[in-house]
Design a protein around this ligand. Structure first.
Ligand SMILES: *Cc1c(COP(=O)(O)O)cnc(C)c1O
Length: 399
């Protein structure tokens, strides 16, 4: 087999290790040399049921033989069924399907702007958070608060006002008569798993009601059981007007959704659409995934495994003098006293464990939601070895 570095026809967009993945099952992924890895990033918090789950393979096979693309000009039974399932299990009334999280957020931004033009005198600004992440389209990059993105692809889409997370006064000051919405992640994922506090979210709900603007939760990473409830908003007692979903909703296939309360839904024919949006192949997978998540005991398992992983990470932190453990459910981060996260990621991978350094000083864990107790124990044993080696410096790896 040629090495991945020889595959020069892929456009270069990031640095990747010289590993080519070829198969996966549950919490395990296998490369071209047959090396197996315990995967605690799972397609970036995407594979909520692990790699190649049977229910997804079955839904794809079944639907592929029935109907793949009737065109967005017609209803299809799978999209209707999935929208019904989502609205029946959330506080929202209507759903628009998209193909990725960025596109769902792009839709949320458009809906908020349309709502502002119809109901709020043309208000179009959206208050978003510093260090927030909403995707890689031009508008969602503009909405995101990643520091070094400021200079990229100028000029940005206008109308995004950035404030620090968990600072209610800053939002109160940022809202003007031009503001249509406040948009944020209940837990900032890419920023390093930084939770918005429950008081802050409750305060935002009150503030946005008083000031007559919408509240949008980007639950692309936190939704679909990831944080120990079906959606993260359910844990803070705050119901947003609009929510976006992605990642886990497709368990690995490209599917995302924009959900909104009835009063907010003001798209008119021609405002929103897309060739593949709501196609029955992906919607059939979404139904199969949501049905799994709704099975008795599934979310309880996420909570149990989440607290087990948290306990074990906290024990590792005490043993190796590391920092705090943050997050909820199976979206957790362990902070490090030094900026050696990238080194630890490589050392862990050499020992068969895949994790992510969301920041140079923050390790992030996002295993399959059906991860087992043994797999969590194995993850923490490997991490313990790596941290021990790292402390004694016997690897010769320079940080
Ligand atoms: C991953 C992510 C996105 C972008 O989703 P894509 O499917 O990559 O477009 C948006 N918002 C949040 C919170 C995310 O974690």
């Amino acid at each position: 087999m040629p090495s991945s570095a020889d595959f020069n026809s892929l456009m270069s967009i990031t640095t990747r290790p010289d590993i080519t993945m070829v198969s996966g099952s549950g919490s395990w992924i296998t490369d071209q040399n047959g090396t197996r890895y315990l995967d605690f990033i799972q397609g970036w918090a995407v594979n909520c049921l692990g790699h190649s789950p049977q229910v997804v393979a079955d839904a794809l096979a079944r639907q592929a033989g029935r109907l793949i693309s009737p065109s967005p000009a017609f209803y299809n039974d799978q999209a209707i069924r999935l929208a019904d399932l989502l609205t029946a299990n959330s506080c929202f009334d209507k759903v628009f399907f998209a193909n990725c999280g960025a596109e769902a957020n792009e839709g949320a931004i458009k809906l908020a702007r349309k709502w502002g033009s119809v109901h709020r005198n043309g208000a179009y600004e959206i208050v978003t958070m510093i260090n927030g992440f909403h995707g890689r389209t031009l508008a969602t990059m503009s909405a995101s608060g990643k520091p070094h993105w400021d200079e990229l692809f100028e000029p940005k889409v206008a109308g995004f006002i950035k404030v620090p997370l968990n600072d209610l006064d800053a939002v109160a000051q940022a809202i003007t008569n031009k503001t249509a919405a406040v948009m944020l992640e209940p837990i900032q994922g890419e920023a390093g798993v930084i939770p918005a506090t429950a008081e802050y979210l409750a305060g935002l709900r009150k503030l946005t009601r008083e000031r007559g603007t919408l509240l949008i939760f980007d639950e692309v990473q936190t939704g679909m059981g990831r944080t120990g409830s079906l959606f993260a908003y359910q844990q803070c007692g705050v119901e947003p007007d609009i929510m976006t979903l992605g990642k886990g909703i497709g368990a690995g296939v490209p599917l995302a959704a924009l959900l909104a309360r009835e009063e907010v839904c003001c798209f008119e024919p021609g405002d929103q659409g897309g060739t593949y949006n709501g196609n029955p192949l992906m919607a059939a997978v979404g139904c199969a995934v949501l049905e799994e998540l709704l099975k008795p005991g599934f979310i309880e398992h996420v909570r149990e495994m989440g607290s087990l992983l948290r306990d074990k990470l906290e024990a590792l932190s005490r043993k190796h003098h590391l920092g705090e453990v943050r997050g909820a459910g199976l979206l957790l981060a362990l902070t490090l006293p030094e900026a050696n996260g990238d080194t630890l990621v490589v050392q862990a991978r050499d020992k068969g464990l895949i994790i992510n350094a969301a920041r140079p000083d923050t390790l992030r864990f996002m295993p399959a939601l059906n991860v087992s107790r043994e797999e969590i124990e194995m993850c923490c044993e490997i991490l313990d070895e790596v941290l021990t080696i790292d402390a004694t410096g016997t690897t010769g790896v320079t940080v």
